[in-house]
Ligand binder design. Structure first.
Ligand SMILES: [Zn+2]
Length: 203
């Protein structure tokens, strides 16, 4: 994990959270949430209003007046992080496919770890790009955290070595296809990550 950010290394350094290339399958995202004491919730058709209703219904805020103008809102969201004291809840859209929900949850977890002190009670993500686009620094940091968490470098390099040993070559597109399936991430996200790390053969 030589290229990982210090913030992610600190999280991955907690007992039982280090990426392990000997384990096949998706990174156990729930374990990270549990260990850090954060929660996540998936709401169908995630909107500002559905988040506000959830927060009021389950008593995280005392009433509609205390949800920062979200109450009754209809703005569609890709994700949202709510924070109050020691409580942090990552909201994802239950209507999204699994790979998308996982990326969003990891992205919001990144905000919780990295931006707890600088954010307000809510941090709204209208859209989340899985590759670097025109993003502000906080969005880029949360995306980087999500990529490091969901697509561990040690796993990527180990699978690349296996593919090369078996076939004598390691086309990035083939490696990406296999890893997207194993890690439950999108082809776009893994393709970008592999290219970024220079793992696999391809332009
Ligand atoms: Zn974000």
């Amino acid at each position: 994990m030589t290229s990982a950010t210090p913030q992610f290394r600190e999280v991955a350094g907690r007992p039982g959270l280090a990426p392990d290339q000997a384990v096949r399958g998706p990174v156990p995202l729930n374990r990270y949430f549990d260990d850090l004491g954060y929660m996540h919730a998936a709401l169908p058709g995630l909107t500002t209003g559905s988040v506000a209703a959830y927060l009021v219904q389950f008593g995280y805020v005392s009433g509609p007046d205390n949800v920062e103008g979200l109450w009754g809102g209809t703005d569609a969201l890709a994700g949202l992080l709510f924070r109050a004291g020691n409580v942090a809840i990552a909201f994802v859209n239950a209507s999204d496919i699994l790979a998308r929900r996982r990326f969003t949850a990891a992205h919001e977890l990144g905000h919780a770890v990295l931006h707890r002190e600088s954010m307000g009670a809510t941090l709204l993500d209208a859209t989340i790009e899985e590759a670097d686009g025109v993003l502000g620094p906080m969005e880029a940091e949360a995306n980087r955290f999500a990529a490091e968490l969901l697509m561990p470098e040690v796993v990527l390099r180990a699978r690349a070595d296996e593919l090369r040993a078996a076939h004598g070559c390691c086309p990035r597109v083939v490696l990406g296809y296999r890893l997207a399936s194993e890690l439950r991430v999108s082809r776009e996200a893994i393709g970008y990550r592999l290219k970024n790390l220079g793992v696999g053969d391809g332009e």
